[in-house]
Design a protein around this ligand. Structure first.
Ligand SMILES: [Zn+2]
Length: 261
């Protein structure tokens, strides 16, 4: 299984209260799926890297399948805006990239200087979306700071800013990628806010645009008040987190998903 399907990962929306909280413990049967599917990618490379990795051709094909099945790309901020840009003939889907791997966003040096590597995930997404404007545009890149985000230290600041310039969203994947179910409660705050500090060093005021989290390992402790605790964290005078994403299922192909339209 190379692709993780996250079904309606919105676990709380204190900012608006308009999104339905869904049971995130089980992948619901197809007939009961009412949420917005969220696809979480990790490595995108040739050759495929690791259990959750996929090839570049697979990413392109996934985009094509989603497009042909009538989906439309949205990002977390669109939820707060009521999804007004989604055409009535289409259905929203979210694409996310976890961890900040270099193959997600790579620069290569050419005769003209540094350019976006045409085989990285970002370039593939850009290519598909520019050729197929009816599919919409956008993705969320969840960054953890246990490694250099996107792998090229000298380009980290440029890459993070460029992602926002290009209309993508950046999410918090914590400082050390620690699983909240294993971290002591006393470390939860650092896990989120030390990552925000590091974003702030690279993005300045634009850090306020980061307000979503993908929980490392896709888990959050049950019955520990973790969501409420995390929702109460502040950074730069505003909530550090407004949306949380939990991985709660996996599929090997999107056939069932596209067929459920
Ligand atoms: Zn991760």
């Amino acid at each position: 299984m190379s692709l993780i399907l996250l079904l309606s990962l919105v676990s709380w929306v204190p900012a608006t209260g308009t999104t339905t909280c869904l049971d995130h413990t089980e992948v619901p049967p197809e007939e009961n799926r009412t949420g917005i599917p969220v696809l979480m990618y990790h490595h995108v490379s040739d050759p495929v890297n690791g259990y959750y990795g996929i090839s570049t051709g697979r990413l392109y094909r996934d985009l094509m399948l989603l497009d042909e099945a009538g989906f439309y790309l949205i990002m977390p901020s669109d939820l707060e805006n009521g999804l007004i840009q989604v055409p009535s003939s289409r259905r929203p889907v979210m694409i996310t990239f976890d961890d900040g791997w270099q193959d997600n966003f790579n620069f290569i040096h050419t005769g003209d200087g540094w350019e976006i590597d045409p085989s990285c995930a970002l370039a593939i997404l850009e290519e598909y979306c520019s050729e197929n404007p009816d599919f919409g545009h956008g993705a969320t890149f969840f960054i953890s700071w246990d490694k250099v985000p996107f792998g090229q230290e000298q380009h980290v600041t440029d890459k993070l800013n460029l992602l926002l310039d290009m209309g993508y969203e950046i999410g918090n994947h914590t400082d050390r990628h620690g699983d909240f179910t294993r971290l002591p409660r006393s470390k939860w705050s650092d896990s989120v806010l030390l990552a925000m500090d590091k974003f702030h060093r690279r993005l300045g005021l634009r850090t306020q645009q980061i307000s979503t989290i993908a929980y490392p390992g896709g888990r959050l402790p049950r019955d520990a008040g973790a969501e409420e605790y995390l929702a109460g964290l502040n950074f730069m005078g505003q909530s550090a987190l407004r949306l949380g994403f939990l991985a709660n299922g996996s599929i090997s192909s999107m056939g069932g998903m596209c067929g459920s339209l």
